[in-house]
Design a binder for this molecule. Structure first.
Ligand code: PQQ
Length: 234
């Protein structure tokens, strides 16, 4: 029987980072265009509407992960993510802050909440992520969140781009991104610790890398669908 050596923790972590470095959506043409100031106000609005569809499903997928965790310590850790998005009261949390981002861009919150203007490609990408977390092991579900290792730097780039190029948008609306810089760093450090500790075999490590790769595809496909909408849709 051939046994395959487990990667050292350093090798495993560097393989995870390499996947995200090469395939995360910071390289997507839509994001590159956003960062150099090339999006029209309507394209920014379309992106906000479509990304809201992603945002509103994050606490749903986190609840599915929560249900897989078998200790109070882990559930306490993970439930905080749901509170970060849903808030502890009606007018708090990331979802509320994203609705305010929409308002800062001149979009009524009822439009975002209606789910109108969300094309099939975005719906499928988001549903793919939620179902992945519903059906896969805790290791794979948590590993798929590790795109967040790269999200804080992207948020910083995005804030700078909005401050420079999209000054027509009320800058108070950027609070969502400002909060995510710290939340994303903390969330990804916690998730990385779990993934490094749980992956005991080389096959687990490979599954974790594949899960992260899948999540990069989700984010990439979402922006492909937004880009298609910008060009007039299907
Ligand atoms: N990813 C998660 C996750 O997988 O649990 C949660 C979030 C992300 C967020 O709350 C985000 O705001 C977020 N934002 C971006 C972005 O705007 O580029 C990316 C990601 C990500 O990498 O998955 C998340």
């Amino acid at each position: 029987m051939v046994t395959v050596d487990r990667w050292s923790p350093e090798e495993f972590e560097s393989r995870l980072r390499a996947v995200a470095r090469a395939r995360y959506h910071h390289l997507h043409p839509f994001n590159l265009r956003m960062h150099r100031g090339g999006l029209t106000p309507d394209e920014i609005r379309l992106w906000i509407i479509n990304r809201f569809h992603y945002q509103r499903h994050i606490p749903v997928k986190d609840a599915l992960i929560l249900a897989k965790l078998d200790s109070s310590r882990l559930r306490r850790m993970w439930v905080r993510r749901i509170q970060d998005h849903d808030g502890r009261a009606e007018d708090e949390g990331g979802i509320e802050r994203w609705l305010r981002l929409g308002e800062a861009a001149g979009l009524d919150r009822s439009l975002l909440l209606s789910g109108e203007h969300v094309p099939p490609g975005v719906r499928l990408a988001v549903e793919g992520y939620v179902n992945f977390c519903r059906l896969k092991s805790p290791l794979e579900a948590v590993a798929s969140s590790l795109t967040e290792m790269f999200a804080p730097d992207l948020m910083v780039t995005r804030i700078e781009a909005f401050e420079k190029h999209y000054t027509w948008l009320d800058q108070d609306g950027l609070q969502y991104f400002r909060n995510r810089v710290t939340q994303g760093r903390r969330d990804s450090e916690e998730a990385l610790g779990l993934v490094l500790g749980w992956a005991r075999e080389r096959s687990d490590q490979e599954r974790a890398v594949a899960a992260l790769s899948f999540k990069c595809d989700v984010l990439w496909s979402l922006l492909d669908a937004v880009e298609l909408e910008c060009r007039g849709g299907r």
